[in-house]
Design a protein around this ligand. Sequence first.
Ligand code: GLP
Length: 240
Amino acid sequence: MELKIFKNPEEIGEACGKLYADYINSNPRCVLGLATGATPLPTYKCLSRMCGEGKVSFKDVSTFNLDEYCDIPKTHKNSFYTFMCENLFSKTDINMDNVDFLDGNADPQEESERYAKAILDKGGIDIQLLGIGRNGHIAFNEPADSFSDEAYKVKLTDSTIEANSIYFDDIPMPRYAVTMGIGSIMRAKKIILIATGKSKAGAVLDMTEGPVTPRCPASILQQHSDAVIFLDEDAASLLR
Ligand code: GLP
């Protein structure tokens, strides 16, 4: 697990965006695992700008996202699909036929099997981008008694529901989501996790210096052969 520490989220966005651009230019048909939330936004902003400047092309890139809400239309304004379209896909030359998402309205077991096969058919994920929750969750893998494997349907925690309810002014906030499991995430060839802000410092400490335990799902990354952690000074502030 390699740690890279930067002054602020914007510096991380530029560094991480350029890392992705270099990788895509060397591997135009690469397969990217993508994340939502506030943390990846500076990276997506950098990649969108570089694509607009002709410095990188997504035309042969394939993508798989980590998670999606259940019981809302795929194109609802608060779906993770819409988040990705608005914050990255619409600002690049990606072929939307190469964009895959977990379907929160499909049968969970069938969808999990479909997703796992789709990822395998593409040769696996080359680089998986992750954020981290304050409690050390990755994707929607919350603290648990064991590490999950393939994608599955998960009941959202009260804190997640509370944090996101404000955005659902037209329909009830979903209570469930579908998420890639820890096993599917760990099978990525490379993992990049970004954490910024003081609110993530405790999770970062547990992830990097604590035991490997499903009580802190992100701690599993200690066992990945190529995991790079991008931190700003606030998120790294508790590291010894
Ligand atoms: C959500 C998402 C995760 C994300 C995390 C942190 O639970 N399911 O994928 O990493 O929250 O979000 P943020 O980056 O907005 O802090």
